[in-house]
Structures are given as C-alpha cells and as structure tokens.
Design a protein around this ligand. Structure first.
Ligand SMILES: Cc1ncc(COP(=O)(O)O)c(C=O)c1O
Length: 395
C-alpha cells in the first residue's frame, strides 16, 4: 500500500487521539453479565451494556441455544431465498409479529441492515421521508440510500414536524421516521403526537424500537405500548442484540404486503446471510420468558428509578426521563475519558461518548441499567461516581 496513503491515515488517527475522541476497545474475559472481568484480571460492575433484561448470559437461554445448535445446526451458509430458511426463522417471525402486534415480520442480520434496507425498497423520488434530527445512524444511512425526498424535524419537536408535513404536502407518500428511544439521551419519542400528526396529514409512521423492545411499556412490547398507540404505527424495526438476549439480528414488522415486498427487494436481506438458527431459536425462548413473567421488566424499572434518583442527589448533571439509559453529562471529551478510566479503576465499567457518536460539546458517560444489577451494585457505582466526581471537581 502506498506510503503516502498510510501516512494520511496515520495523521487522521493522530487527530482522533489528540482530540480525545479515540475509542479504545477493552477486552472482556468473561461472558457479558452484571459483573465482568477485564483483561488485567480486574472485575467491574457493568453499567454500559444493552443487557437491559439481564438475558445475555441467562442459563435458560444458553440451554435453549445449545438445544438449537443440536436441532438446527450452526450456520445456514445461504441467504434466505436460496436455502437459508428453516422453520425456526418462520417461527421467530411469527412470534415477533404476535408480540409486537403486526401482520408480519422479516428478519435481518442486524437492525442496522433492517433500517438500511427499508426506505429505498419502499419509497421513490416522488415520496418523502420526514426524519427526526436525532435518529440513529442506521436510519440516517437508510434514508441516504433511498431516492425519496428528505425532510428533517428538530428532535421531538411536533411543531417542526407539522411544518415539515406541510412542506412535503406535494409528495405521493410520506413516511415519518423516528427512534422509539433516542439512544444517546434515553428520551422516549412522543409517538402519540407523531401518530396524531401522521393521521392529520395522511402520512405513515416508522419507529426503530431497538432501545425499547422487550422492556418499555407495561408488558415490554415497546414504545407503541408505552405511548398507547398500538395499531397506529405502520412499520417498526428493532434489534435482537440488546434486551432480547443480546446476540445479534434485527427485524422489521409491518403490514403483510410491505413485508412481502421487503423479502423481494430489500438488499441487505437479499444479499446477506440468513440469521444463524441458534439466534432465532434463542430469541423465541427470550420472548416466551417475557410472555410468562414481568419480573425482569419490574426489576429494571426499580433499578432505573433508584439509580436516577441517587445519582442526581449526588449532584451529577443527568438528562431526565424514565428510560434505563441515564446519561451523565460532562460536555468535554477528555474529561469524559478520564472519568471513565478512573471509574474503571474503581470497579465500575462505563464508556465515554463523544463526537461523532454525540454532537460536539455534549460529551457524556452513558450509563445503562439492567435487571441483572442489584441495589448494592448501584450503591457501589454511585459511591465510585461521587468519589471520582469530587476528585475531578465535577460535583
Ligand atoms: C436506535 C438503534 N437502531 C439500530 C441499532 C443497530 O442495531 P444492530 O446492533 O442490531 O445493528 C442500534 C444499535 O446501536 C440503535 O441504538
């Protein structure tokens, strides 16, 4: 490779380092869990996994996975339409449809793939996508791939959404796209307001519920349950890689005809390997667990309220809300990195978030609650936060 090119790449990397934006990957030597061990042998309480329901290392799911490996084999070595569809894939699509309240569901290798394969398949140049400004990168990239006209409204600003609906009134079909939960802030989208406007202006609604499926809403259906708009959202995408066991995989749930067209035309579905059957089977087991007990959802809620209350009382600047994502705002990349390092040395595992993951000047540590955590873990973490916060003169 050319020396000039490598030196260009090196200077890019040096720039990332000197701005305090370098994202180091720490190696975990244990399964994902409430407490994990790091490469240096230290153990840390985990406050940064998307392991909302504590299912990532759940013994019953591991058994379900082992049984699935025996029954279905390891890999499919195929995309779905060639020879990559087993009964277990259809069963998971059926289970997700039933759980979420949609006619049909299509599986993808990830929610990133689901979102990038959605918009260009369904909408053309005469249509419009009206997208929340804080939507996840996968929606943004999916919108970029489509030929539809693009409109953007300020985060959760219903007046601006209405303005954009008026501005796009000449378009054939209009789809409002929003995260159900804005993943950097933990804010839940105003789906009631969005659905009201969509109905008023004859637009459709798409929600990415990656940070909600399995635990938001009374029975964990997601933000459409939480906002009481089940049946009013047209398309939902989500991930299997967070609350529902945390392996990987994504889906889109919608009207049967919409899903049928996605199976015919959606590029990440057509041109990428099928979801491993072990994941499909284990996700069904996770959904069955949710149907049979609400305990994990309740525990997650209790942990969230406890941590939010006590970290605020300790004097930290947090974003308010009800979601298990609790961002601790530091507004400086180097300070965020320093704080995360110091917390790790005190036994609390958190990650700093800076540009480009969040806008410049909104650097933070994003903590995430889990049903796997115990109150003593949260007390331990709050004590460590307080000590480090005082040392760094944040509180
Ligand atoms: C809102 C949102 N959508 C989509 C994704 C991507 O999900 P996956 O890991 O399944 O690609 C994420 C993951 O970070 C997310 O937060």
């Amino acid at each position: 490779m050319s020396i000039d090119f490598i030196s260009h790449i090196t200077s890019e990397l040096n720039g990332i380092h000197s701005e305090g934006l370098f994202k180091a990957e720490r190696i975990i030597t244990t399964p994902q869990s409430r407490i994990v061990e790091l490469e240096d042998g230290s153990t840390v309480i985990n406050l940064c996994a998307n392991n909302y329901l504590g299912l990532s290392n759940n013994p019953s799911l591991i058994t379900a996975g082992k049984n699935a490996l025996e029954k279905y084999g390891y890999g499919m070595s195929s995309v779905r339409f060639i020879c990559g569809t087993q009964e277990v894939h259809k069963n998971l699509e059926y289970s997700l449809s039933k759980f979420l309240g949609f006619e049909d569901t299509i599986l993808y290798s990830s929610c990133y793939d689901a979102n990038t394969g959605l918009f260009e398949t369904l909408l053309g140049p005469e249509d419009a996508i009206i997208s929340d400004s804080l939507n996840h990168a996968s929606i943004i990239d999916g919108v970029r791939l489509s030929k539809a006209q693009r409109f953007r409204y300020k985060n959760s600003d219903m007046q601006d959404l209405e303005d954009q609906l008026r501005a796009s009134s000449k378009c054939r079909f209009r789809l409002i796209a929003t995260d159900g939960v804005f993943s950097m802030d933990g804010y839940i989208a105003n789906l009631k307001g969005i659905c009201d406007l969509a109905e008023k202006y004859n637009a459709m609604v798409m929600v990415d519920d990656s940070h909600a499926v399995g635990f938001i809403g009374e029975t964990g259906r997601g933000t459409h349950e939480y906002c009481n708009v089940i049946g009013r959202v047209d398309i939902m995408s989500g991930t299997l890689g967070k609350a529902l066991g945390g392996a990987s995989g994504g889906y889109i749930s919608a009207n049967g005809k919409v899903v049928e067209l996605l199976r015919q035309r959606s590029r990440p579905y057509l041109f990428s390997n099928t979801l491993a059957p072990v994941i499909a089977a284990t996700t069904i087991a996770a959904l069955d667990m949710l149907e049979s007990s609400n305990d994990r959802i309740q525990k997650l809620r209790q942990n969230t309220v406890y941590f939010r209350d006590n970290i605020q009382k300790a004097g930290f600047d947090t974003l308010s809300g009800a979601h298990p994502i609790v961002p601790i705002m530091l507004r400086d990349p180097k300070l965020s990195q320093k704080m995360a390092e110091m917390l790790s040395s005190k036994g609390v595992y958190v990650a700093p978030f800076s540009f480009p993951v969040v806008p410049r000047g909104t650097d933070r540590i994003r903590t995430q609650m889990s049903a796997a955590l115990e109150i003593e873990d949260l007390d331990f973490a709050i004590k460590a936060f307080t000590e480090v916060g005082e040392y760094l003169k944040i509180i």
